[in-house]
Write a new protein. Structure first.
Length: 393
């Protein structure tokens, strides 16, 4: 029996740090596979986990907000057959819906000896209120379907902030266990006990029901308006309206997984490559981000989030990168920046890895990559100004 834990959480919530803690403290003796797919990912997070001998699989992703799309079932079967792991950790995209990822796993449960186990959502205690307002349904869906919510940065929150945060989470999901103790003060074993003590049956039924309702909604819609781009993407259980990709071709679908990074550049120029990419993953896509149903107030993550990615051989200095990150933390004239990440060559020959979420950033040394890579995720991003800021315009 393979246990499958899903660790979701908004961009920059601390999912990878949480996973690292659990791997170091409780999963040490287990055969473990981590399936990760971060929206706008440029292949940094995996580094320290690979050092620990953990098998990491990056999933193909077909669109900006999907966590696990394309042939997810087939990929999961392959992982199980190849590694026979005791546990699979799935780290979905920061803007994917937890209910969609669950639905994918529930489908695999019917055919493989696996059990959907922990449904964990990591929430930044300092930003939860703001993110709930700004990113409503994406953010709330991750909380609604969790059995355990783990607060990050709770050691930096005031008692009032922490209590408000817990109240807000409970108003969306009053059954989830909420871990408020700072991570340094609680052992991984205690966290696992909480996670595995929470029953996910009710959540699973909710996710299946949710998927069914969406399928029925889309049944009514998807024969009407957009036959010309829809027909390849429609199946009875989901609506795949890719009409909105036309508006965002320049920044939509290039940046989603490590092994596809070399494609970044040419997606900017070639509309047709973009769409080939969707068709490739369209067949079994289970993501809910294509809910093109304004009456029901669904939003595409593509309408909300954009991702700017650049590959560049340009050499930087730590001081330059630090200036850029400070600017992105403080200035608001580049758009609303939710995450900036990258690895670039230093003028002195080493490599600088950096990661930024609003208000905080870190730089570290890392292994040389095949070329420098930059990625910025946010809303209303001014791409040209970003190029100027990094000095690569």
């Amino acid at each position: 029996m393979t246990k499958i834990d899903i660790i979701s959480g908004f961009l920059g919530a601390g999912k990878t740090t949480f996973i690292k803690k659990m791997i170091d403290e409780v999963f040490t003796g287990e055969k473990l596979v981590l399936i990760e797919n971060e929206f706008g990912e440029v292949g940094i997070d995996g580094g320290f986990l690979k050092d620990a001998g953990i098998q990491i699989t990056e999933m193909n992703s077909g669109c900006i907000c999907c966590s696990l799309v394309g042939d997810f079932g087939r990929n999961l079967h392959e992982v199980i057959d190849k590694y026979h792991p005791d546990r699979i950790l799935i780290e979905p995209s920061g803007v994917g819906k937890l209910s969609d990822v669950m639905k994918s796993v529930i489908d695999v449960e019917k055919e493989e000896d696996v059990k959907l186990n922990g449904l964990i959502t990591v929430v930044n205690a300092l930003k939860a209120s703001k993110q709930m307002k700004a990113f409503g349904e994406f953010f709330n869906n991750q909380i609604e379907y969790a059995t355990t919510v783990v607060l990050s940065r709770s050691q930096n929150a005031t008692p009032e902030q922490l209590e408000l945060c817990v109240k807000q989470i409970q108003s969306i999901n009053d059954k989830a266990a909420i871990i408020t103790t700072p991570w340094d003060s609680i052992r991984g074993e205690q966290i696992l006990k909480v996670v595995e003590g929470q029953d996910s049956l009710e959540r699973k039924l909710m996710a299946e029901q949710h998927a069914k309702e969406e399928a029925e909604e889309h049944e009514h819609e998807h024969h009407h308006d957009h036959d010309d781009h829809d027909h390849e993407h429609h199946h009875e259980h989901e609506d795949h309206d890719h009409e909105h990709h036309h508006d965002h071709d320049d920044h939509d679908h290039e940046h989603h997984h490590d092994h596809d990074d070399h494609d970044h550049e040419h997606h900017h120029d070639h509309d047709d490559h973009d769409h080939e990419h969707h068709h490739e993953h369209g067949e079994n896509c289970t993501c809910g981000c294509h809910d093109h149903d304004h009456e029901h107030h669904h939003h595409h993550a593509d309408d909300v989030f954009t991702s700017w990615g650049k590959e560049t051989p340009h050499k930087f200095t730590k001081a330059k990168i630090e200036d850029v990150l400070k600017t992105l933390c403080e200035a608001d004239d580049y758009g609303t920046i939710l995450r900036a990440k990258g690895m670039v060559e230093d003028e002195n020959g080493s490599w600088i890895y950096f990661d930024m979420v609003p208000g905080e950033y870190e730089l570290r040394d890392g292994e040389p990559d095949y070329t420098g890579r930059l990625c910025v995720i946010g809303t209303d991003i001014d791409e040209h100004r970003l190029e100027e800021l990094f000095g690569i315009a």
